[in-house]
Design a protein. Structure first.
Length: 245
């Protein structure tokens, strides 16, 4: 971007307002569409838990409005996931004026793969982490101790994990994009593997509930994703300029 292309602060704020309005409309449309299937969506969300419960496989609600607000939250969460490509696109378009022309060409691939990896992370949490995690926690039930899980508690737990794993799977995209911009190099990423390992467990402890099982099940994929980011940076990152002899 040239110095002559600088945009006043008021124009930036106006542009931000327009982008936020588009994002809110996208989330609202996704929410309205999802609310029509709220019971089915909640049934799908609770399937990993119901399938491993040894009791009759039912959830409870402890307050009169709890079921209603839970369905609202499920619809909002689904609408947020459905509108994720729009939100990511609006974000990258907003920051595009600060990039060079060659870097702007990366926006569409970044939006596509960001959405793809976020969905992959959420599916990993749903199909891999949920069954093992729920089976572990329900294993503490006995003949005298029965699990009574409320709709609100389960939704809060499941939503945090799905979003956390979705965000965690963005790591290769972030690493590749930073490498493409020349902010990090492949050599830098390789030399700092040990710190990346430590940060994987720190991030897992922050993003997941306070239990060792889910933290390990996030930390291990993060380490693999970091390695994927290194190889991706090798192929798609900025190449070193060859020095003249």
């Amino acid at each position: 971007m040239n110095k002559d292309d600088k945009i006043p602060l008021t124009s930036h704020l106006e542009e931000l307002r327009k982008r936020l309005i588009v994002c809110f409309i996208a989330v609202g449309a996704g929410f309205i569409l999802s609310y029509g299937f709220k019971e089915k969506l909640f049934q799908i969300l609770t399937y990993p838990l119901i399938s491993v419960m040894k009791t009759d496989g039912t959830l409870i609600f402890t307050g009169l409005p709890e079921a209603f607000f839970t369905y609202l939250k499920v619809s909002f969460l689904t609408g947020l996931i459905l509108s994720a490509p729009v939100i990511l696109y609006e974000f990258w378009v907003f920051v595009a004026p600060g990039l060079y022309h060659k870097e702007r060409r990366l926006l569409l691939p970044v939006v596509f793969f960001s959405s793809l990896f976020f969905i992959a992370g959420a599916l990993f949490g749903y199909f891999v982490v949920f069954p093992f995690g729920f089976k572990f926690f329900l294993g503490f039930a006995t003949e005298t101790i029965k699990p009574l899980i409320s709709m609100r508690e389960y939704l809060s737990f499941a939503a945090k994990l799905l979003i956390a794993f979705g965000l965690a799977f963005e790591l290769p995209i972030v690493v590749t994009f930073l490498s493409r911009l020349g902010i990090v190099t492949v050599d830098f990423l390789k030399k700092n593997r040990k710190y990346a390992l430590l940060l994987s467990f720190v991030c897992s402890a922050i993003l997941t509930p306070p239990d060792v099982i889910t933290q390990i099940m996030m930390a291990l994929p993060l380490m693999i994703l970091y390695e994927m980011g290194i190889y991706s940076a090798m192929f798609f990152g900025r190449k070193k300029a060859k020095s003249n002899p």
